[in-house]
Design a protein. Structure first.
Length: 489
């Protein structure tokens, strides 16, 4: 018997003194696993959270903390009126999300987005779960499928599932998991940015949670500087792929900056380097041709993340090329960019509506391994996996979330809303961020006050408002119905 096993058994005996319920096991202490464990424990069910770090590290993680953010520190837009991820934030808050609670508690300025101090956020999630009387955290690698004595388990091992566990999952499902590459962006020390060239401003002066409307550092480029920069990115020395990685595609929401540059000379200027909504405070009469933005990465404001600059350039090339950006000539990097391989299962084929594996109903999946993409989406799927598992353990029924809500639309897409391609042998399921395209269409389009049809921007704004209003009403009704069901049982 390993020492980890002894610790786990001692933990079980301690928990069993408090409840006769068998524990639910969660494998993986990222955002999804942490959220799932929190939801289970808060429902009054004991939970054992298995996290292999720091016993076994990954290519991207740097610490042993739960819910460590390895890429951006942003949870993206917090606008619940006009943005699907902002609506998802709001819904998760309504369902007592640990990830959103600690994200709100550790926010840093980021315009209209919700960005967090990554170290403070991870530490708080870890401490909260460690303090919960029904939660036990075990530091060990799970190298195979859950043992038979685990009557309920959730696999939330994320994009960096260990090879041994991934092999076991493939054997059980009979399918090869899909894979793609994620890249992470460099982080710059704030004091090394030349603010005589750069300036603070959010795009269109938009403020957000904890923000002022001047939350991004902006570095302007002329046309000549931009063209030289793009040429350098394309020609730069990149990380070489291993043979088995060569056919792995990228996820379009996290493309390396040099891959975007290779797609055409204007791609970056209409992507992360777009100059729109910004005015150079040093030269207000000159419009920059392109702009590099950096977003605050920690509460102290000492670190700034290069927005959209995920990269697979070699470290020496990153330093050389990124220091050609005006304002970053003397930049010092707290972290350079990197590349890691991401894995996920073919969820629409393998999972049921409550995220259970059809081939083994005692096993659920949550987070990015299900094919959702993004920190918030990962935590959201973990939230519902935890609620489904806890309700099942307690013998309670739980109605499916309405597909009109952000949570419901995301899970519906993962578990059955995706349409396979008609080509024989083709598998088209790909990672997906939450977006309004996943929502059922409105029964009727909103109209102007005079009853006339809206057009253009006014139509788009009104449609998003109608979708979010419908989602809030349907989630409220679902919560009331769920509470009545529990009371009746």
């Amino acid at each position: 018997m390993t020492s980890g096993g002894l610790i786990r058994r001692r933990g079980f005996r301690y928990r069993m003194a408090m409840t006769s319920l068998e524990p639910i096991h969660v494998v993986g202490g990222g955002l999804a696993g942490s959220e799932a464990a929190w939801q289970i424990a808060n429902a009054g069910v004991p939970v054992v959270l298995h996290e292999m770090r720091p016993v076994r590290g990954t290519e991207a993680h740097k610490t042993g903390g739960l819910a460590e953010l390895v890429c951006s520190n942003s949870f993206r837009s917090d606008d619940a009126e006009a943005n699907a991820v902002g609506l998802l934030h709001q819904e998760m808050r309504a369902l007592s999300s640990l990830i959103m609670a600690q994200g709100d508690a550790h926010q840093v300025p980021a315009g209209g987005a919700l960005a967090v101090d990554r170290d403070g956020f991870s530490a708080a999630v870890t401490a909260t779960l460690e303090a919960h009387p029904l939660a036990t955290i075990v530091r060990e690698e799970i190298t195979g499928l859950p043992p038979a004595e685990w009557s309920s388990a959730i696999i939330a091992t994320g994009p960096l599932t260990s090879p041994a566990l991934a092999k076991a999952i493939r054997g059980l499902t009979g399918e090869q998991e899909l894979a793609f590459f994620d890249a992470i962006a460099p982080i710059v020390y704030r004091e090394t940015i030349d603010m005589g060239v750069a300036w603070f401003q959010s795009r269109y002066d938009k403020s957000g949670p904890g923000g002022t409307g001047a939350d991004y550092v902006n570095c302007p480029l002329t046309r000549e500087q931009y063209e030289r920069f793009v040429d350098a990115l394309v020609a730069g020395d990149k990380t070489a792929f291993k043979e088995w990685e060569a056919s792995t595609p990228y996820f379009d929401g996290c493309l390396p900056v040099e891959v975007m540059a290779e797609r055409g000379p204007e791609t970056l200027r209409h992507g992360p380097m777009k100059p729109f909504g910004l005015t150079n405070s040093h030269k207000p009469d000159e419009n920059p041709y392109a702009v590099v933005q950096l977003r605050q990465d920690n509460a102290l404001g000492t670190l700034f993340n290069m927005v959209g600059f995920q990269t697979k350039l070699k470290h020496g090339e990153q330093t050389r090329i990124f220091r050609t950006i005006p304002g970053l000539e003397k930049a010092e990097f707290a972290r350079l960019g990197g590349l890691h391989r991401n894995t996920y299962i073919n969820s629409p084929r393998l999972l049921d509506a409550t995220l259970r594996l059809k081939a083994m109903p005692s096993l659920r999946f949550a987070g990015q391994i299900t094919g959702c993409e993004g920190y918030v989406e990962s935590a959201a799927v973990g939230l519902m996996a935890g609620r489904f598992a806890a309700a099942e353990r307690l013998g309670r029924s739980i109605r499916p979330l309405p597909a009109t809500t952000a949570l419901g639309a995301l899970i519906h897409h993962i578990t059955g809303g995706h349409i396979e391609t008609v080509e024989e042998g083709s598998r088209s399921f790909q990672p997906m961020n939450v977006n309004f395209g996943l929502f059922p269409p409105l029964e009727s389009m909103p109209k102007a006050e005079d009853g006339k049809r809206l057009r253009g921007t006014a139509k788009a704004i009104a449609k998003k408002k109608a979708l979010t209003d419908r989602a809030r009403a349907d989630l409220s009704a679902w919560l009331v119905g769920q509470a009545l069901n529990i009371a009746a049982e």
